[in-house]
Design a protein around this ligand. Structure first.
Ligand code: PGA
Ligand code: ZN
Length: 427
């Protein structure tokens, strides 16, 4: 089989919000081909690599990605012709040097990410392995616990819901992924019924979670506890709760501005609030409880709650080994969120995962609020043995496709499939 790259072709497609994004197809001399597409965030961290957009207001409100597409077709693609497709690290390194910047503003992280993921997928096809096995080897057998966002707020609801961006259910008591997914879906439907009973309009946000017009940041937690019970599960025993506060979005001049509470809190007050919530509700994970720039606040937060629950850094780390390294040194968290498009290439993403795993931090792989049906992250999570994946509610095709891919992988692994134990989430 001739694994050398014959052609790399990018095109502009649409994501789940109807915004343009990049899809890349790689074709080998043998005729083998595969493609991948790039997701896109809304509550994007300031320190993420640059997502290159055209800024041509006549197309898609400036969000077109022709520049990134052309960078693949005219610059990256030609440089990769003739390379062995399994040379992922060398290919990623070459792209990083072609880009020539520290934040991927040269060619665009969306251009690099599309190529990088498409290279991996094509290589897997070329060597005739499922993607998770190609990337993770024969011992990649851990299927993650899904962290499912069932109530949305913050930027993802254009500020029509609570201030906190994501209220997730975490069905860690299940013995298999298939069961965890069922528990999550049943709870989601119990929540829907409950919201209808309470007179809320049923609408879903970008990640499939409901958007009740609620005037409290705490009420969603109560609703979720009731929904878990109504679904027939025990809150805290079978299913826990995770939050992605996405606090960078409402941090200004050293204060956390909670719109629906008409309240401005200091880091210390936010931390006290989290400690109180953790005491009252079965919360097992808080992501971005504080802002991407509030390193000293994070340190205090981790000192207070880091022994009790998972504290996940998203905007503060942006899948960047330099920022994660600082986070490890300064003890600001005990877990990292991983999004390949935050940094650009698969090689850099894997370096971020490994750095965190080396010091026993938890790793949560994540979708973006703007997604496509590409399920790369499902395979990637298993390959890296992270044990956790957040990819939205059990609703909307682009979210469900990742969960469905995990069902396929679980079947494919048969007896070998492993699932994190409940204790993984209960410290
Ligand atoms: P984003 O949100 O994809 O809009 O950045 C997801 C997250 O904050 O985790
Ligand atoms: Zn986040």
């Amino acid at each position: 089989m001739d694994r050398r790259i014959k052609r790399v072709q990018a095109r502009e497609i649409l994501d789940s919000r109807g915004n343009p994004t990049v899809e890349v197809e790689v074709v080998l001399n043998s005729g083998v081909h595969a493609s991948a597409s790039v997701p896109s965030g809304a509550s994007t961290g300031t320190y993420e690599s640059v997502e290159l957009r055209d800024s041509d207001s006549h197309r898609y409100g400036g969000k077109g990605v022709f520049k990134a597409v052309n960078n693949v077709n005219d610059i990256i693609g030609p440089a990769l012709i003739g390379q062995d497709v399994i040379e992922q690290t060398n290919i990623d390194k070459l792209m990083i040097s072609l880009d020539g910047t520290s934040n991927k503003s040269g060619l665009g992280a969306n251009a690099l990410c599309g190529v990088s993921l498409a290279i991996a997928r094509t290589a897997a096809v070329a060597v005739d392995l499922p993607l998770y096995r190609y990337l993770g080897g024969p011992y990649a057998v851990l299927i993650p616990v899904p962290m499912m966002n069932v109530i949305n707020g913050g930027i993802h609801t254009l500020q029509q819901g609570p201030d906190y961006q994501e209220y997730m259910i975490v069905p860690y008591g299940a013995d298999t992924f298939r069961e965890a997914l069922r528990w999550g879906s049943e709870t989601y439907h119990a929540l829907k019924k409950l919201l209808m009973e309470k007179g809320f309009k049923i609408a879903v946000a970008d990640e499939g979670g409901f958007v009740p017009a609620i005037s409290s940041n705490e009420d969603p937690l109560k609703l979720i506890v009731t929904a878990i019970e109504r679904g027939g599960y025990r809150p805290g025993e079978d299913i826990g709760i995770g939050l992605d506060v996405a606090a960078s979005a409402f941090y200004k001049d050293g204060k956390y501005n909670l719109r629906i509470e008409n309240n401005q809190l200091t880091s210390e007050e936010m931390i006290d609030r989290y400690a109180e919530l953790v005491g009252k509700y079965p919360i097992v994970s808080i992501e971005d409880g504080l802002s991407e720039d509030d390193w000293s606040g994070w340190e205090k937060l981790n000192a207070k709650l880091g022994e009790k629950i998972q504290l996940v850094g998203d905007d503060i780390f942006v899948t960047n080994v330099q920022r994660i390294e600082r986070g490890i040194k300064e003890r600001v968290a005990n877990a990292v969120l991983i999004k390949p498009n935050q940094i650009g290439t698969l090689t850099e993403t894997i370096a971020a995962v490994k750095m965190a795993q080396k010091v026993n931090w938890r790793v949560v792989v994540s979708h973006r609020s703007g997604e496509t049906v590409d399920s790369f992250i499902a395979d990637f999570t298993v390959a890296m043995g992270t044990g956790a994946l957040k990819t939205g509610a059990p609703c909307r095709g682009e979210r469900i496709e990742k969960y469905n891919q995990l069902l396929r992988i679980e079947d494919d692994l048969r007896e070998a499939a492993m699932h994190p134990s409940r204790e993984t989430f209960l410290y």
